[in-house]
Write a protein that binds this ligand. Structure first.
Ligand code: FES
Ligand code: FES
Length: 197
């Protein structure tokens, strides 16, 4: 049985007809083309599929797409700002800190860790190491050993508190210039970049 849903993803509104059993992660990747959200275990253990839904960190393999009807979703693609002619793209401070602190190797787990860190720092701009480790404990990395990831989140928090890399205004400007939806049946509306409370 098909269900009609609409949701906002990274500031754009989509409408889709989907099967009731479609997982949110599969909607994002296979129907919206947002493949930055990775699929690892599909049973809620690895965190590779982590996204933000209405301000809450969610493992999108544990959520049916119909449950996201009417929700605002932010994926890893919603954090960075793509470049356009005459305007260079920029990474989110968390993404940049992961690079600078060597917090990734194969990178498979990285989008999930970045989204978990994003959710944490939205609520706790100056988190303790215990808070960082607590949030990141829902994500698995097979490569790095976690130390660099924790250091990257600390570094990102410090940079964000100093205002480095803050470019919401730039994101809003670019959000009016970009559309991603490629399916003819979908509707598209430009909206402000999704932000966490
Ligand atoms: S793919 Fe969702 S938690 Fe592993
Ligand atoms: S960097 Fe390879 S799984 Fe984390």
């Amino acid at each position: 049985m098909k269900h009609s849903i609409w949701l906002t993803v990274n500031g754009e509104t989509y409408e889709r007809e989907i099967d009731a059993r479609t997982l949110l992660v599969h909607l994002l990747r296979e129907q919206l083309g947002l493949t930055g959200t990775h699929v690892g275990c599909v049973v809620g253990e690895c965190g590779a599929c982590s996204v933000i839904v209405d301000g809450a960190l969610v493992k999108s393999c544990l959520m049916l797409a119909v449950q996201a009807d009417g929700c605002e979703v932010t994926t890893i693609e919603g954090l960075s700002t793509p470049g356009i002619p005459d305007t260079p793209g920029t990474l989110h401070p968390i993404q940049q800190a992961f690079i600078d602190r060597f917090a990734l190797q194969c990178g498979f787990c990285t989008p999930g860790f970045v989204m978990a860190a994003h959710a944490l720092l939205a609520r706790h701009p100056d988190p303790t190491e215990e808070q960082i480790r607590q949030v990141l404990s829902s994500n698995l990395c097979m490569c790095t050993g976690y130390v660099q990831i924790v250091e990257a989140v600390k570094e990102a928090a410090a940079r964000m508190r100093r205002g480095q890399g803050h470019r919401q205004g730039h994101q809003d400007e670019l959000a009016t210039k970009h559309t991603k939806d490629t399916e003819g049946s979908s509707t598209k509306k430009h909206q402000d970049q999704t932000t966490l409370p």
